[in-house]
Design a protein around this ligand. Structure first.
Ligand code: ARG
Length: 600
C-alpha cells in the first residue's frame, strides 16, 4: 500500500508541520492528543487547536508554560519553515492561525491544471469495496426509497472510484422471497402450459402481484399450494425455475429502464445467487459455536439486542438474514473486498447491526470499526410527502419511480418552453425540440438527484417538486447571476469560458503562471485546493452532502470571483482583438444551453 501522503490534502500537510513543531516543543512529553487542524475563515485559512489539550497535561511542569497562550506561542515558534505558509499568529486563548501563501496556492492550482484533477484524488487505504445499493424486489415496483438508495449509492460508488478504489456495484435484488410461490401458482392457474407463457401473459407485473397476494390472503387452499411452490422452486424443479426466471426478466427490464434514465450502472447479484452458499456458511458459524437453538429456530445472539438474529427459520427455511450472512461471507472471501457498504433506509439499521455483529463474533470483520475489513450501513431517512407523512400517491399507493421521473421531465419541459418564449423576446437563440427534450431530462433528473444528495442522508426528506423547481427557474433564466446560485448554471458558465479560452489555457499550461492578487480570486483558488479534503471527508464518512456543500460553495466562490473580476478576466484572456473577443463572449451567453446538455 502506498503510504505517501496525499499531495492535495492541505489539512494533512499542515498537520504534519504542526506535529513536527509539537514534538520539537515537547521532546519529553508523549503527546497522545490527535492533531486538530481546522479550516477557518476568521483569522486565517487554517487553525491548530492543540495548545488547549496539551496545556492541562503539562501544567506545573515547565516554568515557561504558565498558560495556554504560551504553549500556542511555542508551537508557533517551532513551526518548520514552509513555502505553504505566508504568516502565522496566535488568536483567542492559544489557537495558532495560519495564512497560506498566495504563491503556494497559485502554484498548486497550476499543478492541478497541468497534472489533471485525478492526481488530487484522496488516498483512502482501501483497495476494493462492494457498494450494495438500489436492490429493489422482483415483481414489486421500485419506489422512492429505492430511488434514494440508487442515487446515494451511485454517488458513493463514484466518489470511491474517483479515489482509485475498485468498486463492485452490487444490485442485491430481492429475487428469492416467498412471494414467488404465490406468483408462480397464480400464473399456472392462468396459463396452465409453460410453453404459452410470455411477457404479455402477465401484463402489468405489479397488478399481477397484487392479485396474487389477494388470493394468497383469502384462499387457504391457494396459500397452501403457494407455499408448496416455494419449496419446489427452491428445490430446483425445472418448470418452477423457468417461470421464476421469466418473472425476474420482466422486472429486470423495468429496473434497467430506470437505471438508464438516471445514468447509473449496477451489476446484479440477487439474493438467489447466494443461496447455494447459505448451508456451508451456517455450518461454519455453527462449528464456531455461534448458532443456538431458540424456539425451534436457529439463531445467533447479539449483545445489546433483546431478540436474536434468526438464521434458520422454524420450518428449516432461510431468510433475509441468512442470505445477508452468505453474501457478506462471499464478498469477504470470494471477492476479497475490504469495505462493504450497504445503502438502505434507516429502518434496516437493526438488521445490519445484527449481521455485522455476528460477523465480528465470527472474526470475519475487524472488531475495531476503523480497521479493515469493515462493513458499513449507509442509512437514509424516509421520503415524506409535503404533508409530512410517508410519500404516497392520492390513492395511497407507493409512488412509482418511473412516474416520478416522468413528472420531473414534463415539468422541466414546460419550464423550458416558457424560458424559450422569454429568450425569443430578447433575441436569444431558439432550441430545437430535440434540445428541449434533452434539457428537460438532464435538468429534471439532476434536480431529483441533487435534492436527494444535498442534505444529510440520515434526515427524513420531503419530496417537493416545487422546491426542485425553484433551482430550475434560476437555471433557466440565462440572464445575470441572481442571488441564488445553481450548480448547473455555474458549471455551464464555466464550460463556456473554458471553451472560449482553450488556446489561452494551453499556453497557460505550457508557459504561463497563475497570479492571485484579488481577494475573491484567492478565495476561489484556495477553495479549489480544498477539493481533495472534501472528497476524502465524504468518502470516509460516506456522506455525499459534504461534497454537495463543497460544490455549492465552489459555485458561490466562483460567482463572487466572476462578479468582481469580470474586467480582469477579459483583460487577461485577451490575446485576440478586443472587439472580436467581446463578440465571442456575447455569443457564449447564448450558447450556454449546449454546455448544460453536455453535463450528463
Ligand atoms: N431488497 C431490499 C429492500 O428492498 C434491500 C436489500 C439491501 N441489501 C442487502 N444486502 N440486504 O428493502
Amino acid at each position: 500500500d502506498n503510504e505517501e501522503e496525499n499531495i492535495g490534502n492541505i489539512k494533512q500537510q499542515l498537520a504534519n508541520l504542526f506535529d513536527a513543531s509539537i514534538r520539537e516543543t515537547f521532546p519529553n512529553e508523549p503527546v497522545t492528543e490527535p492533531l486538530v487542524v481546522a479550516s477557518s475563515t476568521r483569522h486565517g485559512d487554517y487553525q491548530c487547536n492543540n495548545a488547549m489539550g496539551i496545556f492541562p497535561k503539562i501544567r506545573g511542569k515547565y516554568v515557561e508554560y504558565q498558560n495556554v497562550a504560551s504553549v500556542g506561542q511555542a508551537i508557533l515558534r517551532n513551526l518548520p519553515e514552509s513555502e505553504m505558509i505566508e504568516s502565522s499568529s496566535i488568536g483567542g486563548p492559544g489557537f495558532v492561525n495560519v495564512v497560506l501563501s498566495n504563491n503556494w496556492i497559485a502554484e498548486n492550482i497550476k499543478k492541478m491544471l497541468v497534472d489533471g484533477i485525478e492526481t488530487w484524488a484522496p488516498r483512502l487505504h482501501v483497495r476494493k469495496a462492494v457498494v450494495d445499493f438500489s436492490s429493489p424486489n422482483i415483481a414489486k415496483e421500485m419506489h422512492v426509497g429505492h430511488l434514494r438508495s440508487t442515487v446515494i449509492g451511485d454517488c458513493i460508488a463514484r466518489m470511491l472510484e474517483f479515489s482509485n478504489v475498485e468498486v463492485l456495484r452490487r444490485n442485491h435484488v430481492g429475487d428469492w422471497g416467498t412471494q414467488f410461490g404465490m406468483l408462480i401458482e397464480n400464473l399456472f392457474d392462468k396459463i396452465p402450459s409453460v410453453e404459452d407463457f410470455n411477457e404479455t401473459a402477465i401484463g402489468d407485473l405489479q397488478a399481477f402481484y397484487k392479485e396474487s397476494k389477494q388470493r394468497f390472503d383469502e384462499d387457504l387452499a391457494f396459500k397452501a399450494r403457494a407455499q408448496q411452490a416455494v419449496v419446489r422452486l427452491q428445490g430446483g424443479e425445472p418448470k418452477y425455475r423457468q417461470v421464476w426466471m421469466q418473472i425476474c426478466d420482466i422486472s429486470r427490464k423495468e429496473f434497467d429502464k430506470v437505471y438508464n434514465r438516471l445514468g447509473v450502472e449496477l451489476e446484479e447479484k440477487g439474493e438467489s445467487f447466494y443461496n447455494p452458499y447459505i448451508p456451508r456458511v451456517i455450518e461454519a458459524l455453527t462449528n464456531q459455536g455461534l448458532v443456538e437453538e431458540n424456539k425451534g429456530a436457529r439463531v445467533i445472539w447479539i449483545e445489546g439486542f433483546s431478540t436474536p438474529l434468526i438464521v434458520v427459520k422454524k420450518d428449516g427455511g432461510y431468510n433475509y438474514a441468512s442470505t445477508d450472512l452468505a453474501a457478506l461471507w462471499y464478498r469477504l472471501n470470494e471477492e476479497q473486498a475490504d469495505w462493504i457498504i450497504y445503502v438502505t433506509d434507516v429502518g434496516q439499521q437493526e438488521h445490519f447491526d445484527k449481521v455485522f455483529s455476528a460477523a465480528k463474533r465470527a472474526s470475519w470483520l475487524s472488531a475495531d470499526n476503523s480497521a479493515y475489513p469493515k462493513a458499513s450501513h449507509v442509512g437514509f431517512g424516509l421520503v415524506l410527502g409535503e404533508d409530512g407523512k410517508r410519500f404516497r400517491t392520492r390513492s395511497s399507493e407507493v409512488v412509482r419511480l418511473v412516474d416520478l421521473l416522468d413528472e420531473a421531465k414534463s415539468r422541466m419541459l414546460k419550464e423550458s418552453k416558457v424560458t424559450q418564449t422569454n429568450r425569443a423576446t430578447y433575441g436569444g437563440m431558439l432550441w430545437t425540440d430535440e434540445e428541449l427534450e434533452q434539457i428537460s431530462e438532464l435538468v429534471g433528473y439532476a434536480a431529483i438527484k441533487y435534492a436527494d444528495l444535498k442534505s444529510n442522508r440520515l434526515t427524513n426528506y420531503t419530496f417537493s417538486f416545487q422546491q426542485m423547481l425553484n433551482t430550475k427557474i434560476v437555471l433557466f433564466c440565462l440572464l445575470q447571476f441572481t442571488s441564488r446560485v445553481t450548480l448547473l448554471y455555474v458549471h455551464a458558465r464555466i464550460c463556456t469560458m473554458i471553451d472560449k479560452s482553450e488556446q489561452n489555457i494551453q499556453e497557460l499550461k505550457k508557459t504561463g503562471s497563475i497570479v492571485l492578487d484579488h481577494a475573491k480570486e484567492r478565495a476561489l483558488g484556495l477553495h479549489l485546493l480544498r477539493f481533495s479534503e472534501a472528497v476524502e471527508e465524504s468518502c470516509s464518512n460516506l456522506m455525499p452532502h459534504t461534497l454537495c456543500d463543497y460544490l455549492f460553495n465552489l459555485s458561490e466562490y466562483f460567482r463572487n470571483f466572476y462578479d468582481n473580476c469580470k474586467q480582469r478576466i477579459e483583460e487577461r484572456t485577451l490575446t485576440m482583438n478586443r472587439r472580436s473577443r467581446r463578440r465571442q463572449i456575447e455569443e457564449a451567453d447564448n450558447n450556454e444551453f449546449q454546455f448544460v446538455i453536455s453535463l450528463g
